[in-house]
Design a protein around this ligand. Structure first.
Ligand code: XMP
Length: 544
C-alpha cells in the first residue's frame, strides 16, 4: 500500500511538471531551479530514461545541453517516444542539435571555432505560434544571451523556421512551423542570460500552460497528508544533527504524526563545540520533539584511532552510526509497547535532498566516486531488507532553499533555518590525518572562534558554509621567545546556492588577520592559520 501512496502522491503527479532530460551539462540542474523559482514544479531525469520507465506525463519537456557531439558514436540520444508524445519540447544547445540531428544527420556539424560568452540575439517575430517563446523579452529588438557551443546547425531542419539569430549563429533559435517544438543554441538557465528565466516562463506557462502552484505552503499541506497516509499507525525514527535539513524534517514529522516520530541525536565525538547541548535545547525544549540523545563519542573515537584515509573515516562513522541507531530503534519500539503509541517502528526518516538524488542518478555516474556521501541508499542493506526499516524522504524533491522556505513555513526560527549545513562525519573530514581527541579539541576550538567572529561581523547569512580544520603537519612558531610547534589551521568559507559548485568568500584582510590572531592566541596546538581561496571545482567544500 505504501509504495502506491508514495507513487500516487509524488509531486510529479500532484503538480503540472516540466521534465528536464539531462544530457550532462554542468548547468542542467539550474534549469530545474529556475523553474522552481517561478513556482513551477520541474524534475530532472537522465537523458537515457525511456518514456515507458515513467508512470506520469510531463506537461513539457526540456532537453538540456551536454558535453557530447550528437554525431559521435557514443553520444546519448533521447528516446523518440518523448518527442512523439506531443507535449511541447524545448531543446537547449545540445538539445537543439539533438532535435535537428534526429530529423537528418546532415543538420549538425562541428563549428570552425567554439562560440563562448555573451551574444546579442535578435528574435524574429513573424506572427506564428513560435512568437510566444520571446514574448516581451527583447529590448530594442535584441536580447543578451550566453552561448557555449562548438557544434552548430548547418541548415534548417525540414518543417522548421528560424525564430532568432545572432551575428555568429543564423540558427540561434528555431521552431517547428506548426508543432510546439523549439530549439535554442544559448543557455537561458545561467544568470549571464539576464532574461533567461523569463524565456523559461514563456515556455512553461505560455506554451505548456503549466500552473505556477509549486509553493512551500501548498507542498506542506500535501506532504503532511501524504506522510499520515503512508505511515498509518506506524512509528518513525530519524536522526537529527541540528542542521537545517534534519531539524525541518523533524518538525514536519512532529506536525504530521506527533509523538509517533522519535528523533535520535547521536553524539559521535566529532560534532562542533557544545553542539549536542544546543541541539538538545533547540529540538527537545523549544520545538517539543520526542528526542533521545545517545552519547557514543568514545565508541566513535576509539574506532577512528589510527585511521588516516578519509573514505575509511566516513565508512567507520556511517557504519557505527547505523549500529547505534538500530539499537535505539529496538529500545524505542520496546518502550512504546505499552503506550497509546504502540506500533511498529517501520520507517526511517532521511533528509535526502534533490541535489543528492540528481547526483546519484546522473547518467555521468554518481558523485560517490568523488566522496561517499551517505544519504541516498547509503544505509546498509540489512537495515532496509525484509523486516528492516523503510525509508521516508520528504525532501527528496527539494532544493536546500526550498527546505529553508519550508522551515519558515513551519515556524522554525531563523537562526536554525539559516544554519550552515554540517556533514554527517562531522569535523572528522576537516581534520586531515588521524582523528584523535586532542586534534578534535583543537579543530573544535578554532572552528568556534572562526564562526563566532563571522557571526559577530554579521557575515554568517552571506556565507553558505564555513569551518576551521587542521592539517596533518605542524609548523614552527615562536611564543614568549620560545620555539613552539603547532598544527596548521585551515579556514574555509564558501558561497554557493546548491553546494555543487562554490566560490571562496572574499573576506576583508583585517578580518582574517584578527581571526588568525585569536586562534593562535587562544587555541593551544595551532601555530599558524591559512585561508583556503580555492573554488569548487576544482577543490571541494570539505577538506577530505
Ligand atoms: P563537498 O566537500 O563534496 O561537500 O564539496 C558538498 C556538501 O556536502 C557536505 N558533505 C557531506 N555531508 N556526509 C554528509 O552528510 C558526507 O560524507 C559529506 N561530505 C561532504 C559538505 O559539508 C557540503 O555541504
Amino acid at each position: 500500500m505504501s509504495a502506491s501512496i508514495e507513487q500516487a502522491e509524488a509531486p510529479h503527479n500532484a503538480y503540472d511538471t516540466i521534465l528536464v532530460l539531462d544530457f550532462g551539462s554542468q548547468f542542467t540542474h539550474l534549469i530545474t531551479r529556475r523553474l522552481r523559482e517561478l513556482n513551477i514544479y520541474s524534475e530532472m531525469l537522465p537523458c537515457t530514461t525511456k518514456l515507458s520507465e515513467i508512470s506520469w506525463t510531463p506537461k513539457g519537456i526540456i532537453l538540456s545541453g551536454g558535453p557530447f557531439s550528437v554525431y559521435d558514436n557514443d553520444a546519448p540520444h533521447v528516446d523518440p517516444a518523448f518527442i512523439e508524445l506531443g507535449v511541447p519540447i524545448l531543446g537547449i544547445c545540445y538539445g537543439l542539435q539533438e532535435i535537428a540531428w534526429n530529423l537528418s544527420k546532415d543538420n549538425v556539424v562541428a563549428g570552425t571555432k567554439r562560440e563562448y560568452g555573451q551574444a546579442d540575439l535578435t528574435p524574429q517575430l513573424n506572427g506564428s505560434h513560435a512568437d510566444r517563446l520571446y514574448e516581451g523579452l527583447s529590448e530594442n529588438g535584441s536580447m543578451r544571451v550566453w552561448m557555449s557551443h562548438g557544434d552548430k546547425l548547418s541548415q534548417l531542419p525540414t518543417g522548421f523556421c528560424t525564430i532568432a539569430t545572432t551575428q555568429n549563429s543564423p540558427y540561434a533559435s528555431i521552431a517547428h512551423e506548426t508543432k510546439p517544438i523549439f530549439g535554442i543554441q544559448f543557455h537561458p538557465e545561467v544568470t549571464h542570460t539576464p532574461r533567461g528565466t523569463e524565456l523559461l516562463k514563456n515556455f512553461a506557462v505560455g506554451i505548456c500552460s503549466v500552473k505556477q502552484n509549486w509553493t512551500m505552503t501548498d507542498f506542506l499541506e500535501k506532504e503532511v497528508l501524504r506522510i499520515r497516509k503512508l505511515v498509518g499507525n506506524g512509528q518513525v525514527i530519524g536522526a537529527v544533527s541540528g542542521g537545517v535539513d534534519s531539524t525541518v524534517a523533524a518538525k514536519l514529522m512532529k506536525l504530521a504524526i506527533g509523538d509517533r516520530f522519535h528523533a535520535v541525536l547521536v553524539d559521535n565525538g566529532v560534532m562542533r563545540l557544545d553542539e549536542c547541548q544546543q541541539v538538545k535545547e533547540a529540538l527537545g525544549e523549544h520545538i517539543g520533539i520526542n528526542l533521545t540523545v545517545v552519547d557514543a563519542s568514545q565508541i566513535f573515537l576509539s574506532k577512528l584511532k589510527g585511521v588516516l584515509d578519509p573514505e575509511q573515516k566516513r565508512k567507520i562513522i556511517g557504519n557505527t552510526f547505523i549500529d547505534i541507531f538500530e539499537e535505539e530503534a529496538i529500545k524505542i519500539e520496546k518502550a512504546a509497547e505499552n503506550t497509546p503509541n504502540a506500533g511498529k517502528v517501520e520507517w526511517f526518516l532521511q533528509g535526502t535532498l534533490y541535489p543528492d538524488v540528481i547526483e546519484s542518478i546522473s547518467f555521468k555516474g554518481p558523485s560517490a566516486t568523488i566522496k561517499t556521501h551517505h544519504n541516498v541508499g547509503g544505509l546498509p542493506k540489512r537495515m532496509m531488507d525484509g523486516q528492516g526499516l523503510k525509508l521516508i524522504e520528504p525532501f527528496r524533491e527539494l532544493f536546500k532553499d526550498e527546505v529553508r522556505a519550508l522551515g519558515r513555513e513551519l515556524g522554525v526560527n531563523e537562526e536554525l533555518v539559516m544554519r550552515h549545513p554540517f556533514p554527517g562525519p562531522g569535523i572528522a573530514i576537516r581534520i586531515l590525518g588521524e582523528v584523535t581527541p586532542e586534534r578534535v579539541e583543537i579543530a573544535r576550538k578554532a572552528d568556534h572562534i572562526f564562526i563566532s567572529m563571522i557571526k559577530e561581523a554579521g557575515l554568517y547569512n552571506e556565507i553558505s558554509q564555513a569551518y576551521a580544520g587542521i592539517d596533518t603537519n605542524k609548523a614552527v612558531g615562536v611564543m614568549g621567545d620560545k620555539r613552539y610547534e603547532g598544527y596548521l589551521c585551515l579556514l574555509r568559507a564558501v558561497q554557493t546556492k546548491d553546494f555543487m559548485s562554490a566560490e571562496a568568500y572574499k573576506f576583508d584582510m583585517d578580518f582574517l588577520m584578527n581571526v588568525s590572531t585569536r586562534i593562535v592566541n587562544e587555541v593551544e596546538g595551532v601555530s599558524c592559520v591559512f585561508y583556503n581561496t580555492t573554488s569548487k571545482p576544482p577543490a571541494t567544500i570539505e577538506l577530505s
